[in-house]
Write a protein that binds this ligand. Structure first.
Ligand SMILES: O=C(O)CCC(=O)C(=O)O
Ligand SMILES: [Fe+2]
Length: 300
């Protein structure tokens, strides 16, 4: 039997049906996946970072919206969520035209009261608007509801079945709000037309984007700066693999002398230490000193 295309599932739903909906309809909502305590723990870990995050610089980012990243470094609960079986299984299936997939971005979006509707778009555009084939998915988005998402508080507007449409062809009336209770997740592909809604309430609407991409495209958020080797060595292997400390696809991301990044990270290959030798460090420091002296000379 052909799986039904619908946009709403409960957490025990058949994953094949969820993926079919994400592929064909553009998105699916899986309700009540996370207990409220998990969501509250995540918000607690991120609170001071959210406070310190500035509002967006332009209308697309949202001038009443904060976008807080680096969840891999900042939140233990966020780290666990990245390897949640629902994310891993759906992303693996949607992105199976590539041999590996990886984490692309973590972003906690806080849309404050008055945050206006975002321009409709496709998230795949981040790769410089490259025209990926219609049946080739390179992106799988999970937007975890950290508060309830309602039409009034700006739930993301989705245009069902819009993979092949241009955002310029659709209007507000073609979109539906992805309403969902706190702890649910909106899963969507990189081709579906969508945009944040208008928050007309007096409370903040918060959600966490966990974005996954094929192993051969560049990650949107630089996970190696978020989790440099000293920190990465403290993480479990399944997390390390998905954040990029593994070769993806055909020879992507090897280190040292064509070695597995994980072997190099943990010094399992003596020939390729990732800590520079003292001579290299001294040479780098000398160059840095010369550069700063040059800047001083040119500015005084
Ligand atoms: O905040 C939202 O509801 C959606 C945000 C979004 O689509 C984006 O920033 O790409
Ligand atoms: Fe988006």
């Amino acid at each position: 039997m052909k799986p039904q295309v619908t946009d709403r599932f409960d957490k025990d739903a058949d994953l094949a049906d969820v993926v079919h909906s994400v592929r064909e309809n553009g998105y699916a909502i899986v309700e009540n996946v996370l207990p409220h305590e998990t969501v509250d723990a995540l918000l607690g870990e991120m609170e001071s970072w959210i406070e310190a995050t500035p509002f967006g610089p332009d209308a697309f980012a949202g001038q009443r919206t904060k976008r807080t990243g680096s969840l891999v470094a900042r939140s233990a609960t966020g780290r666990e969520l990245i390897t949640h079986p629902l994310c891993m299984d759906v992303a693996r299936e949607l992105l199976k035209s590539s041999t590996e997939f990886q984490l692309s971005q973590t972003q906690l979006i806080s849309a404050y009261p008055g945050s206006v509707a975002q321009k409709m778009h496709k998230d795949e555009l981040i790769w410089d608007f490259f025209p990926f084939a219609a049946d080739h998915h390179v992106m799988c988005q999970f937007f975890w509801a950290l508060t309830d998402f309602t039409e009034e508080n700006g739930a993301t507007r989705m245009v069902p079945g819009s993979n092949a449409l241009s955002p310029d062809e659709v209007g507000h009336e073609d979109s539906v709000p992805a309403e969902m209770p706190k702890g649910s997740v909106l899963i969507f592909n990189g081709k579906v037309v969508h945009g944040g809604g208008h928050n007309r309430t007096d409370a903040v609407r918060q959600g966490l984007i966990l974005s996954y991409c094929s192993g051969w495209v560049r990650q949107e958020e630089n996970q190696y700066l978020v989790a440099p080797p000293e920190l990465a060595r403290t993480f479990p292997e399944d997390l390390l693999k998905v954040i990029g400390y593994q070769q993806g696809c055909f020879a992507m991301g090897y280190a040292g002398d064509i070695e597995e990044p994980m072997d190099v990270l943990f010094g399992r290959k003596a020939a390729t230490p990732i800590v520079p030798s003292e001579a290299t460090r001294n040479a780098a420091n000398a160059t840095a000193r010369e550069w700063s002296q040059d800047v001083v000379d040119r500015t005084v």
